[in-house]
Design a protein around this ligand. Sequence first.
Ligand code: SF4
Length: 303
Amino acid sequence: MLTQVHLLLTYQCTFECDHCFLYSSPFSEGTMTLRTIQQVLEEARKTGSVRWIYFEGGEPFLYYALLLEGVKIARLAGFRVGIVTNAYWATSEEDAEIWLKPFQNIGLDYLSISDDSFHYGEAENNSAKWALSAAQKLGMQTSSICISEPYVDEQPGQGQGKGTPVIGGGAMFKGRAVEKLTGGLPRRPWHELNQCPHEELQSPSRVHVDPYGHVQACQGISLGNMFEKPLSVLLERYNVDSHPICALLARGGPAALAEKYRVEPENDYIDECHFCYLVRRALIDRFPKFLAPRQVYGLQANN
Ligand code: SF4
């Protein structure tokens, strides 16, 4: 059951992180309008099941006035609301309070802050830490997300086969991470990558909606476009078996996707997402409506 809608308020960001699965950067295009936010919220209400609205990006604080208004109308519509930010705007703890106070006043429910070496190097004091303290001081619910350079954990995790290396650090191998972070990591045979470990593709509990209207089950997998079909209708009519990408991923992971559409695997891959992303990128011209937008594959946009 769908319970969360995540709005990608903008693809633009102050950073250009190696682990970003949306290929966001200061030069990325695509920012929502207030009208689009209103449309998403109206449609989310019609589903009857959505409880949470998240504003993220890119970096949503780049469009501060729009973000504030978006949170306000989402709260007035009865949703619980969260924001994900890199906190670039926090130039000191005191100043961070000024930025956050208006969100506290309108009842923001949750603030998630990226605080890691990709964003701030090894600095002890940084914007993320100032924003975190300011939010705590204001009594806001908050936490930080910390992703590090991938490393090999010698202890196999639960459910892994004996001797299967586990990659630590928390990066997902899709988007820019595939270009920047995959070197030197251990690989697994492609035919073992036969499930999607992270998304509920049969019946998504969350979707991401972007400024172009793409409703994404996972970054770059579109269930349809809300400017062509209203979001609530699109979600109600979604049937995994009639989606040419999700049907295969749900049945047999990226291995099934590659086999069905005869994408020749290049030996081995780090994990399911690494293989999935590369197979999808190879298929993008064949399924332009379902593999969108192109910019999250690092390709020239024609959104
Ligand atoms: S396997 Fe594919 S669909 Fe599943 S989470 Fe990874 S990238 Fe997304």
